[in-house]
Design a protein around this ligand. Structure first.
Ligand SMILES: Nc1nc2c(ncn2[C@@H]2O[C@H](COP(=O)(O)OP(=O)(O)OP(=O)(O)O)[C@@H](O)[C@H]2O)c(=O)[nH]1
Ligand SMILES: [Mg+2]
Length: 450
């Protein structure tokens, strides 16, 4: 449905009781709907006014209300926001009175959808609104606010501009069929295609980091029995969550908890110590450890520093974890309070003691940030999600095809077709395709009479 066709209303704050709550009305009838339930100081644009909400002859609440005339509002339509007391029943009653006054209940995300449809934001910014709301850690918040601010949109816009420029050139040759693309121009076009490909590749390289930031880092605490895995989980959590005992084989089931470290959210999984177990239940637990290990983004490999190195199998020996696979591994030597066995000398590892609570904030957390923060992309404040990555891959395929067509000396129509496909795929990221307005852009910006 087109924006403006009807007026929507919803409770904008989280369900439940709170000091205050906010309801929102958006649409061409927003002011009328509100006027039917409101008695108080007349609303003036972007100024809060005091008044009351009434359901017929029943006063519901004293409220503060603010009117944002479109297009200078969140959705781009006329919007009224009502700040009321935050009871779940009360807000429900106010919403009911708004619906009776002619609004319809908003669908999930509909305010933001309208903002997108009315051109207040591109699709990456609309997605960022959701990311911002669901952010659990500092990095997720930072990435979402950068995206909301339009950083990713601008990078995609630059790719689009480059492709539109290329297309303009190629289309000019189509208009003069007697001319082939001369080799010099061909070379310059190839270079510009490579430039656009490079920009896409750089963005695509941020997808792994983007997922870690948005969804949290799946982190498995693994190692041999009794090395202190559960103790480490408890220490990171700041509470006695997992059972700890001096008996090897204590943990059987996987225990999962989330913790914030260095701005990341780690989804920690404490696992059963891996060894050749006789006991069937322990074997089942160890099987689960292996599964956690396989799907983890990050493995905290715990070893016992007080035991000679040759008697402490590492994860490669224990579980066949091959170094160099994409999983990041942080090696931890625990129990340094018992004295580190000389055979560990020179071993690159984070040294901690779960009993004395040393080495975590100064050593482990820094190591985690180092290993998680090494992916590119974060520095530019941009990281793409899976949807963006899919569009970028298709953009790259089309650009490669355009490059091949140009290189093989195919007619300009073929090159133009691939470039248009690239433009559409990149445009999907922003929720729009530029195909329709290419012509206008070409003739206004490109001098055809060379
Ligand atoms: N001295 C010392 N003992 C520790 C340290 N960390 C853990 N322990 C002890 O080591 C024993 C095993 O600790 P857990 O945390 O249960 O070890 P785990 O790796 O989870 O063991 P499983 O679940 O059996 O695989 C317990 O008696 C802990 O108190 C440490 O830093 N120093
Ligand atoms: Mg344990």
């Amino acid at each position: 449905m087109l924006p403006g066709a009807d007026t929507i209303a919803a409770i904008a704050t989280a369900p439940g009781d709170g000091a205050v709550a906010v309801l929102r009305i958006s649409g061409s009838m927003a002011l009328d709907v509100f006027g039917r339930v409101y008695r108080g100081a007349p609303l003036r644009p972007r100024q809060q006014q005091c008044g009351q909400i009434w359901a017929g002859s029943r006063k519901l609440d004293d409220v503060l209300a603010c009117y944002f005339p479109g297009p200078r509002s969140y959705t781009g339509e006329d919007v009224v926001e009502i700040g009321c007391h935050g009871g779940a029943y009360l807000t429900g009653e106010i919403l009911r009175s708004l619906l009776e006054a002619g609004a319809r209940p908003a669908l999930p995300g509909e305010f933001t959808q309208r903002a997108f449809l009315l051109g207040k934001m591109d699709l990456t910014q609309a997605e960022a609104v959701m990311d911002l709301i669901s952010a659990q850690g500092e990095r997720a918040l930072h990435a979402a606010s950068e995206q909301l601010e339009g950083r990713l949109g601008r990078r995609i816009g630059e790719v689009q501009e480059a492709v539109i420029g290329l297309l303009a050139h190629v289309e000019a040759y189509i208009d003069f069929p007697e001319e082939d693309i001369d080799p010099d121009t061909g070379l310059r076009l190839l270079e510009r295609i490579s430039g656009a490909e490079k920009a896409c590749r750089e963005l695509l390289a941020t997808v792994a980091t983007g997922r870690l930031i948005r969804e949290g880092v799946r982190t498995a605490i693994c190692g041999a029995p009794n090395v202190g895995k559960s103790s480490l989980l408890n220490l990171l959590l700041g509470q006695d969550r997992a059972l700890v005992s001096e008996r090897p084989g204590t943990t059987r089931d996987v225990i999962e908890e989330a913790v914030r470290v260095g701005g990341y959210v780690l989804r920690l999984a404490d696992t059963a110590g891996i060894r050749e177990a006789e006991d069937e239940i322990e074997r089942a637990g160890i099987e689960r450890s292996r599964r956690q290990l396989e799907r983890a983004d990050l493995v905290l490999e715990v070893l016992d520093a007080s035991v000679p190195r040759e008697r402490q199998p590492d994860l490669v020996e224990l579980a066949g974890l091959r170094p160099g696979q994409s999983t990041r591994v942080v090696r931890i030597l625990n129990k340094v309070d018992l004295g580190e066995h000389p055979s560990w000398g020179g071993e690159e590892a984070v040294r901690i003691s779960c009993v004395q609570e040393t080495g975590v904030s100064d050593g482990l957390e820094q190591a985690l940030v180092r290993v998680l923060g090494t992916d590119g992309g974060l520095s530019g404040g941009v990281s793409v999600n899976a949807r963006h990555a899919d569009c970028l891959r298709r953009t790259l395929e089309a650009l490669a095809a355009a490059r091949a067509a140009l290189g093989e000396g195919l007619s300009p129509e073929f090159v133009a077709e691939e470039l248009r496909a690239a433009l559409n795929a990149a445009g999907e990221i922003l929720g729009r395709t530029e195909a329709d307005d290419i012509l206008g852009r070409i003739f206004s910006s490109f001098c055809i009479g060379k």
